[in-house]
Design a protein. Structure first.
Length: 84
């Protein structure tokens, strides 16, 4: 999976883990809410720069994207760093 590629199911799953609304993701990614809604519904794929912005916003909020490894691509919460 290319570094900037994510799938609609990953986006929905990531938002659910973060308890983030579509509007909150759109604001964090600086894209329109319809961009997020249409992407998650599978209606259209956002422009590459918008898709990167969505992924970056989710990663900044604590999501780690898991590449295809035989079980399909996924998402998980990042392991908290042990401050020090």
């Amino acid at each position: 999976m290319p570094e900037d590629k994510i799938f609609p199911d990953q986006c929905r799953g990531a938002r659910a883990m973060l308890k983030m609304s579509q509007a909150e993701l759109a604001e964090a990614a600086k894209v329109s809410k319809p961009t997020v809604v249409d992407f998650e519904r599978g209606v259209r794929t956002p422009m590459p720069n918008n898709l990167i912005s969505i992924r970056t916003a989710l990663e900044a909020a604590g999501i780690e994207f898991i590449p295809e490894n035989g079980g399909g691509p996924g998402v998980r919460l990042k392991k908290p760093s042990s401050g020090g």
